[in-house]
Design a protein around this ligand. Structure first.
Ligand SMILES: Nc1ncnc2c1ncn2[C@@H]1O[C@H](COP(=O)(O)OP(=O)(O)OP(=O)(O)O)[C@@H](O)[C@H]1O
Ligand SMILES: [Mg+2]
Length: 273
């Protein structure tokens, strides 16, 4: 399915990503962890071609992603959508229009200027919002929502493209624990229910262990661990983060709580759709 071979990105004399090879044979939920500057964002940005690799190759279902140019790169953005820590919504625009922007790769920007969305797309956007438990906010301005709700709007916008891969760069880094859990549950359901591959950069170990099937540890641009959450022992984590004997897992904890109201709301919304 997805093959990353010897992928490298240099910035001047510095090597941000150093000969990384990752094979994803079937849809998987993958967490990438590592200290600040380890190369996690650069790797994700190369995957959806926001960044051009210095060398190495990415192929997806036999297609050479590294060789794509111009319009083909935009086509790849539909198959490989990305969400960010800061949501990147249009704050003053209503939620459903933000989600409909996910269709622009096929309809063109004129659609956004005239706000003439096909009715089927509007219905689909609201279905996706309902699935994520936020459809009652569809008509509000994006800026009126909480961070966790805004991140779910960003996920909904990505889902409008019907991507095969969803990349998430620190999706919960600016959220409180309750909203963080709602967003991680949403990402997990997108993997479980739709069979999409989800790859998230996470800065906390417990989140990676709890939600991902496979965890990849990066250090100084290289993959130093690739295994299951069970294999990610404290000793391995200490090595990934390059920490000494005083390494504390709590320093990388989000303290996500067990059953917050936001998650219950998502479950109820799903049952109602
Ligand atoms: N556009 C750029 N120009 C120059 N250097 C860059 C650029 N982007 C990233 N780097 C460098 O590449 C290295 C890897 O950065 P990257 O942002 O991928 O790390 P990261 O693991 O995502 O870190 P964080 O956890 O802080 O987000 C860093 O040393 C960074 O300074
Ligand atoms: Mg980063």
């Amino acid at each position: 399915m997805l093959q990353i071979e010897n992928l490298t990105r240099r910035f001047g004399a510095a090597t941000a990503v150093d000969r990384v090879s990752i094979h994803v044979a079937r849809p998987t939920m993958i967490g990438i962890i590592g200290a600040s500057g380890a190369g996690k964002s650069t790797l994700l940005r190369m995957l959806n071609r926001l960044e051009t690799p210095t060398s190495g190759r990415i192929t997806f279902d036999g297609r050479d992603v590294t060789a794509l140019k111009g319009r083909q790169v935009r086509g790849w953005h539909a198959d490989c959508a990305m969400i960010f820590q800061q949501f990147n919504l249009v704050p003053r625009l209503d939620v459903v229009s933000n989600v409909l922007h996910g269709t622009l790769y096929r309809t063109g920007t004129l659609r956004a200027l005239t706000a003439m969305w096909p009715e089927a797309d509007i219905r689909h956007a609201i279905e996706i919002l309902a699935r994520l438990g936020i459809h009652e906010h569809a008509a509000k301005r994006a800026e009126a929502l909480s961070g966790g709700q805004q991140q779910r709007v960003a996920i909904a916008r990505a889902l409008m493209q019907d991507p095969k891969i969803l990349l998430a760069d620190e999706p919960i880094a600016s959220l409180d624990p309750m909203n963080a859990q709602a967003v991680m549950e949403a990402l997990r359901s997108i993997h479980d229910e739709d069979g999409r591959t989800v790859i998230c950069n996470l800065h906390t170990l417990d989140t990676a262990r709890r939600y991902c099937d496979r965890v990849i540890g990066m250090k100084q641009g290289r993959v130093v661990f690739d295994g299951t959450p069970e294999q990610l022992t404290t000793g391995v984590a200490r090595d990934i983060y390059g920490a000494g004997a005083d390494f504390s897992e709590e320093a990388t904890s989000t303290e996500i709580r067990e059953t917050p109201a936001a998650v219950t709301a998502i479950r109820e919304a799903k049952a109602a759709v």
